[in-house]
Design a protein around this ligand. Sequence first.
Ligand code: G1P
Length: 291
Amino acid sequence: MSKPLRKVVFPVAGLGTRFLPATKVVAKEMLPVLDKPLIQYAVDEAVDAGADTLVFVTNRYKHAIADYFDKAYELEAKLQEKGKDELLALVQGTLPRNVRAIFVTQPEALGLGHAVLCAKPVVGDEPFGVILPDDLIWNQGKGALGQMAELAQGQGAGGVIAVEEVPQTDTDKYGIVDATPIDPRSAQIRHMVEKPKPSEAPSNLAVVGRYVLPGRIFELLEKTTPGAGGEIQLTDAIDALLKEQGKVLAYRFEGTRFDCGNKAGLVRATMHMALQDPKLAPVVRELLAGL
Ligand code: G1P
């Protein structure tokens, strides 16, 4: 991949049923880990990777995400008037000035592959990133997508997919790759399969929510028929890409991933972030010691 990564797609049209009743009105991507919503962690990671165009694939229930990244005139004026500069910077900093947000609609929930395909008119024929905001990846240094973009450029790879090992019993929750190791962090993918039964999985190396993909994937998605769960799967289109052009890499990112698509993961992420905060860490430690 020769061009730098400028566009990142965020599929955010899911219903978030695991967090009902809160998600009856709150988009699951707006659930906070401490004081930042999940979508903000994802956007920060995309911007860190060099993106200047963020494409949100959304639906009619997710207006809060557009509102969140919009200018809040009244609030900003009030904070300015009161000299609350730090708060003002937080409110204005949700989206850097040089970055634009574009919203496209996914009219029907036909799967992750279909959601990504909805971004085709905005992305066109250039490499792009995909971040699934449910997977919060924390790293002290460069973010996971930034690491992947660097690898894609350095290796001239057609695509890079983030992976991590999961228990063999969990393979039916993930896309699973069959890959030949290149070095401790990267591997050449041979084959990918969406949510295989543990007895049929080619490995326990699971896809997590970060992808660097070429524009060609859109044409392959257009031809992809419903797969696992009756949905149009991104995994199946990437598998077709592999058959066309060999070099799609699996990458074990540097960082810790929290699956915030479920309650346990959201609790873990919150505890982890609280322990990074000098004011909150003693409170959490005291609470845990008391238990
Ligand atoms: C999606 C992908 C799957 C991937 C997972 C990572 O599944 O289809 O390949 O492993 O995200 O979070 P979902 O969690 O949307 O069912």
